[in-house]
Design a protein around this ligand. Sequence first.
Ligand SMILES: C[S@@+](CC[C@H](N)C(=O)[O-])C[C@H]1O[C@@H](n2cnc3c(N)ncnc32)[C@H](O)[C@@H]1O
Length: 225
Amino acid sequence: MNKITLTADGSNTLYNENIGEHYHSKHGAVQESKHVFIAAGLEHAISSFPGQQQISILEVGFGTGLNFLMTAAYADLSGVSIEYTSLEAFPLRSEELESTGYEQYVSGAIWKGMLNNYGKAMQQVTAVLPEQKLRIVHTYLQRYETAQLFDLLYYDAFSVQHQPEMWSDEIIAHACTFLKPGGIFVTYAITGKLKRALKAVGFTIEKLPGAPGKREMLRATKSQI
Ligand SMILES: C[S@@+](CC[C@H](N)C(=O)[O-])C[C@H]1O[C@@H](n2cnc3c(N)ncnc32)[C@H](O)[C@@H]1O
């Protein structure tokens, strides 16, 4: 069982002993998720694709499901539907998801919807809420293939210090093939190497203020052609 740790904003995270890293920022798990993936990712995607009723999201690293919960809650309030596909090589047990206490940040329907559908979502697309669809693909990003093109990519791998293979130019280029032209890539990290890897596959880079504890984060937009 991965160990629960309290982060600075009062929300919990888990510590992964094999990797030697927490699943979220110690400066605030919920705060980081909202700052990086919701404000810089989902909100930006909603305004970038006006009139689009549904936003399709690909996440690298489902982990505890925190980004999914925050996304479903935000989308539900904004009246946007989401189709959320998340890749996870090492799925946590549902008791571990439950132990995070994240139910206090979302409605009961979203929390129960995620927990009750966790196993099922690994087999098929599941409606956590009628307009909030989840699919968890139990695979390594390196092996993932699909013909689907997504609006938004949440790149939430463990850090380059702990999982450098998740930040190689090749794996970044591979992940980016799943975005549609004009699609948006967001991540909590920013390095010169990552910026160069994204520029090399036709992305425009934006440096944004990072979540507390990080000076900057990165958002990138795929070229339209
Ligand atoms: C920083 S955590 C993600 C946190 C998560 N987004 C959340 O909201 O809790 C990184 C995740 O990537 C997963 N992972 C590690 N290697 C992977 C790979 N090659 N392909 C897909 N997922 C991977 C880990 O098991 C872990 O759950």
